[in-house]
Design a protein around this ligand. Structure first.
Ligand SMILES: [Zn+2]
Length: 464
């Protein structure tokens, strides 16, 4: 046999071996992970009202950096898919989220349990329709611009997922947790006196969850990473993704060609402190990117190509809504958002609508080849992440601000203490009253139930 013939036979054998190892004959399914990534700029083209603060008195004036929506589509060895969407937005209202998820079901047959839409909670992003409606003093034209932007955003996110699903390639997935400590518990420390404080009060969750996506050449193509902290370094009138935007930019600069996706955790009572300058937002962005990089370069857990998912909505009870008389009094006596809130609820009553006494709260769980990810709606306070890590283990990833951001989600203790996260913010979100005191137990029980459905190991099912 001539050397050339031998080489041809060997290479044919290698190609065949590679093919049969990688592709299932009947379905054309690759016997490993596949991933696709996509990204789209979502910075409004025109001045638009900005989200997160009620004290702004005019629309945006340009940008510091662009706002992005990004998608990471994953497929396991059985062909099961999930899609993770992240966006530089203050939150996602139920109506928009339902619309997007209905479209993804219709077009790609993805169920609710296969979709996670996480928002960074940047306070220098746009206002969306049906989100925090009463706090912004917008007029009819500005509202129309908000509605148009929201409609287009929905279309953009569906197209983004389409692109991610159709650019999938074989990959290896890894998971690990890093750490960084610029978050400060804002309920238990005083921002104004922070510089003279030598000891900070908790609780906190300093974890930096990281998912690494590498192609078959060993090249990093995507990194999804999280932190539990408000994106509130910046206020003002210029668009930006805040510290999370700078962290994504930093990682994409250090790893050319990579798409970096930020996941907001249970950071409802955590602020990046001190704050308010672009330089501080950049500093925290670099801190977070450095924490991610450390994890990327150390040994990470290789994830087996097996996905399980579960999703459900549990009704969370609200306290009895105010009466029409109480609302009329509030509308007459208060100003600004409280007046708008009372008038908004009065219009509902006049239309014959009953005021809400409960809310369908989304709880989702994924196991990404043994890496548990708990995905919660609303602005979840950090104590939930701490308790869920006690229940499921310290390696679990806990996301808040996902699929529907309807309100703050306080613990029973914070609810009792009151303050913004426990009481005031429910009105800001347009809910008729505060949550009932069983909120924490109901959510944790629901997570346990959904986790069992997804086959996630539970270390301790006793809830503290
Ligand atoms: Zn918030």
């Amino acid at each position: 046999m001539k050397p050339l013939q031998l080489l041809t036979i060997i290479s044919s054998f290698l190609i065949l071996t590679f093919y049969t190892a990688g592709v299932s004959a009947q379905a054309g399914i690759y016997k490993g992970w596949k991933a696709g990534v996509a990204r789209v700029v979502i910075t409004p083209n025109q001045p638009l009202w900005m989200a997160g603060y009620g004290n702004r008195d005019h629309p945006s004036e340009g940008k510091i950096v662009d706002l992005w929506a990004k998608a990471l589509a994953l497929q396991d060895s059985g062909g099961k898919q999930v899609v993770l969407v992240t966006a530089d937005l203050v939150g996602i209202p139920k109506k928009l989220s339902d619309h997007i998820r209905d479209q993804l079901k219709r077009r790609f047959n993805l169920s609710r349990s296969q979709i996670a839409i996480n928002t960074s909670h940047t306070h220098t992003g746009p206002v969306l329709t049906n989100a925090l409606v009463d706090i912004y003093p917008v007029d009819a034209i500005q509202q129309q611009e908000i509605d148009e932007y929201t409609d287009k955003l929905g279309e953009k996110i569906v197209a983004l997922v389409d692109k991610a699903l159709h650019t999938m390639e074989p990959v290896q997935l890894y998971a690990g947790n890093g750490v960084t400590r610029f978050q400060v518990n804002r309920r238990n420390n005083v921002e104004a006196t922070l510089s003279s404080q030598s000891d900070l009060n908790g609780p906190n969750d300093y974890a930096v969850p990281v998912i690494k996506v590498e192609n078959k050449k060993g090249e990093l193509i995507a990194v999804a990473f999280g932190y539990a902290c408000h994106n509130t370094v910046l206020a003002g009138y210029k668009w930006s993704g805040d510290y999370a935007g700078f962290a994504q930019m930093e990682l994409e600069k250090t790893h050319p060609g990579v798409t970096a996706l930020f996941l907001q955790g249970c950071g409802a009572d955590q602020n990046p402190l001190p704050r308010r300058t672009v330089q501080l937002a950049q500093q925290y962005g670099k801190d977070l990117a450095a924490a991610v990089d450390r994890v990327l370069y150390e040994d990470m857990q290789l994830l087996s190509p097996h996905l399980t998912t579960a999703y459900s909505e549990v009704e969370l009870s609200l306290n009895t809504p105010p009466s029409k008389e109480e609302l009329l009094k509030k509308a007459a006596e208060s100003s600004d958002y409280q007046k708008r809130w009372a008038n908004h609820l009065l219009r509902n009553i006049d239309r014959g609508e009953a005021l809400r006494t409960s809310y369908p709260y989304p709880v989702e769980v994924w196991s990404l080849g043994g890496q548990p990810i708990i995905i919660l709606g609303g602005e979840v306070v950090v104590e939930y992440a701490i308790e869920l890590k006690r229940i499921f283990g310290q390696n679990v990833f806990v996301l808040g601000y996902s699929n529907d951001v309807m309100s703050y989600i306080p613990t029973a203790k914070i609810l009792q203490e009151g303050g913004y996260e426990g009481a005031g913010s429910q009105m800001v979100y347009g809910l008729p009253n505060t949550w009932k005191s069983n909120i924490e137990a109901v959510i944790l029980q629901q997570v346990l139930q959904v986790a069992r459905e997804a086959g996630i190991p539970i270390l301790s099912s006793k809830i503290n």
